[in-house]
Write a protein that binds this ligand. Sequence first.
Ligand SMILES: [Fe+2]
Length: 276
Amino acid sequence: MKNKTNLIQLSFENTTAHLFKKHIFDGKILLIKDSKEILNIIKLTEQYFNYLFNTRITNSDKLKINYNKENSIFFQIIQNRIKFCKLIRKCFTNFLLQIELDFQSTFMDYITFRYSPASGMKNIGTLIPTPAHRDTWASNIFNQINFWFPTHNVSNRNSIFFVPKYFQKSVSNNSDEWSFYRYKKTKEFLSTPVSNIKFPQNQIVSFNVKKGEVLCFSGHHIHGSLVGDSDRLNLETRIVCDNDEKTYKIPVNLDAMGTVRKNKWFRNLKTGKSYI
Ligand SMILES: [Fe+2]
């Protein structure tokens, strides 16, 4: 099923790796529904969150986590728990297998956790709401595929936005100044290069996403965080696959000015070795 805003809804029954990648590299945004593996990841995340904050993450309206030193430390702890949780990584690997991606040729980044507080609240944590960007401005790998899923139902005013028209148009950005090293070393430095272009409102699209659903899209898509009336929690990661650069017509570099491919961010699902 396809709607007028570029979104294609997929279920495991009608998905193959080839179809999935073809759509992704064509610039389609995919919504994969009904994933038990994703629900398992959310359950584990909820257990970590509940233990530290003594509150449930499924009801984000009532979260209202205050910015303070103790909560900042809790966010650092939960980020690391999720990043290094073997069970979460295993569940996500199973999800990738369900869309027929294979172990041997797939390389995955860490799974990370992003907290987007309601509009007007102070940001907290290492991954905060991000303005418009392409992930490829940071990674310089153009066959990168992104996965984004909330831990609770989110409306199209509180999820992420895309500007599909710019999939094939150059966008000014600060990728010539950005470095991963500076992001890691400098507080408040953003996790990715960004654009300060004001995109026309009628060219921006966003979607309702239910708990258990996953948005999948090319790392070359212009996208960013929406900040709504209530808090939002989501998980995200990205993958690259061997041979996709040869097999598919992948996006070409229009405007990334970095020179270093971040191959080391991605580790093989079977061997753990870095992407080359
Ligand atoms: Fe991103």
